[in-house]
Design a protein around this ligand. Structure first.
Ligand SMILES: [Zn+2]
Ligand SMILES: [Zn+2]
Length: 240
């Protein structure tokens, strides 16, 4: 399992960083989590085999996690005809607004891009990969999720955006997942480091960091944590 970080910025683009998106690539298919970066452009530039993409999962409807979805969903019908994938939205209103946009540009769909509203629990399963969603309180009155991906005997958890109390799921303190991608923009970095003292993940990968000074705090505290901590930039690819 390989994770390529298409965008690692927090809520706002930064020089050298797109907003949040990552490609999880396996032998049998590719999966995108969040689409804050211009995903289609990123896939083309990295020479990714577009027909491999199986599904896209959105954590929540903040623009820094979704604004790159339009290019990804509008092009397969007219241009990249090898693409055939499913997209999972956390709420109906968000999914409807994307569908309305596609209709407004004259795109009535081609059956190879299928949109779904997901709920917590198992969202997706194919022969090789399972994806489950865990709610967070990041948005007060709207749904937001993190995702657990299981493939090739590995487990990867992606936090999505969290609430001020760093509400990632408790099972990360009971089970040693292979990698845990976590944000650090909605709480002090010291608080994240304190909670990670109890985390059993083998690797903790921090993205979506704001303000920038939180990187320095985390790097200073990383040596005291029980898990390895990493800070990828856009374009970095980690093998899990
Ligand atoms: Zn965000
Ligand atoms: Zn958010």
């Amino acid at each position: 399992m390989k994770i390529t970080f298409l965008g690692t910025s927090h809520g706002v683009q930064a020089p050298g960083r797109y907003c949040q998106s990552m490609l999880v690539d396996t032998e049998n298919g590719g999966y995108i989590i969040d689409a804050g970066a211009p995903v289609m452009d990123c896939l083309l530039r990295m020479g990714y085999s577009l027909g491999k993409l199986k599904a896209v999962f959105i954590t929540h409807m903040h623009s820094d996690h979704i604004e790159g979805i339009f290019g990804l969903l509008s092009r397969p019908c007219g241009y990249f005809k090898e693409m055939d994938f499913d997209v999972y939205f956390p709420e109906t209103e968000g999914m409807d607004s994307v569908q309305r946009f596609l209709r407004a540009e004259g795109n009535d769909g081609c059956g190879r891009v299928r949109m779904h509203r997901m709920e917590q629990g198992e969202v997706y399963r194919d022969r090789w990969t399972a994806v489950s969603a865990y709610p967070t309180g990041h948005l007060k009155n709207r749904p937001a999720y993190g995702y657990l991906l299981e493939a090739e005997g590995k487990k990867l958890y992606i936090s999505g955006d969290l609430d001020r109390n760093i509400d990632y799921p408790r099972f990360l303190e009971e089970e040693a997942v292979d990698a845990f991608v976590v944000e650090c923009a909605h709480f002090p970095a010291e608080n994240l480091a304190a909670r990670l003292q109890h985390c059993k993940a083998r690797r903790v990968i921090v993205i979506h960091v704001w303000p920038e000074g939180q990187y320095d705090v985390l790097r200073a505290l990383a040596g005291m944590l029980p898990c390895k901590m990493e800070f990828p930039d856009d374009g970095d690819c980690l093998t899990i």
